[in-house]
Design a protein around this ligand. Structure first.
Ligand SMILES: CC(C)(COP(=O)(O)OP(=O)(O)OC[C@H]1O[C@@H](n2cnc3c(N)ncnc32)[C@H](O)[C@@H]1OP(=O)(O)O)[C@@H](O)C(=O)NCCC(=O)NCCS
Length: 150
């Protein structure tokens, strides 16, 4: 990314009024509509202080979002571990450092909650997300994902 192509978005907490725009971006990046999921998610982030959710705005328009938080011993993971749940940037605004800025702001908040390690799940075939997290400094962690068909 060159300096010319980087943008300075306003990063602020996500609010209920952001719902429609987040759904719009999510459809663009994931290719499917999931409004009920986002209604539930936005409701949850307002109620749970350990969940951190941010949006990035350019000229007053939401162009990206991130949700993460501090662990509460889910899966035996200690409180010093935080997680990134989801991240998305409008394709029209990608490769301009917006996701990186969202992540940096999330890290500031998580540090204040006592987090010193961040974990996330990425599909091993999702080359773009893998590149993104690698660029931030993420490496393969100690957790192993187990599954079975039922
Ligand atoms: C991954 C994603 C969030 C990156 O957003 P972005 O704002 O474009 O990312 P940034 O501009 O901050 O990129 C930071 C670095 O990550 C890497 N990167 C990001 N997108 C990349 C791409 N498409 N190809 C290769 N590397 C990429 C680069 O190293 C980049 O630095 P550079 O531009 O200086 O080379 C965005 O592509 C996206 O929303 N993808 C879909 C995510 C998704 O599936 N979310 C749902 C489940 S979590």
């Amino acid at each position: 990314m060159s300096d010319e192509s980087s943008l300075s978005p306003v990063i602020r907490p996500m609010g209920p009024a952001d719902l429609d725009r987040i759904i719009e971006i999510d459809v663009k990046v994931l290719g499917k509509q999931r409004p009920e999921y986002w209604e539930m998610k936005l409701d949850l982030v307002q109620k749970r202080p350990q969940i951190s959710s941010l949006v990035a705005e350019l000229d007053g328009r939401v162009v990206g979002f991130i949700i993460g938080g501090a662990s509460r011993w889910e899966y035996g993971v200690p409180e010093s571990v935080g997680w990134i749940d989801t991240i998305g940037v409008d394709p029209a605004c990608q490769r301009k450092g917006i996701a990186k800025r969202l992540f940096e702001e999330m890290v500031k908040g998580l540090k204040k909650m006592g987090v010193d390690t961040i974990t996330t799940f990425v599909n091993r075939r999702d080359w773009i997300l893998l590149k993104f997290f690698k660029n931030l400094g993420f490496q393969k962690g100690d957790m192993i994902n187990l599954e079975m068909d039922i």
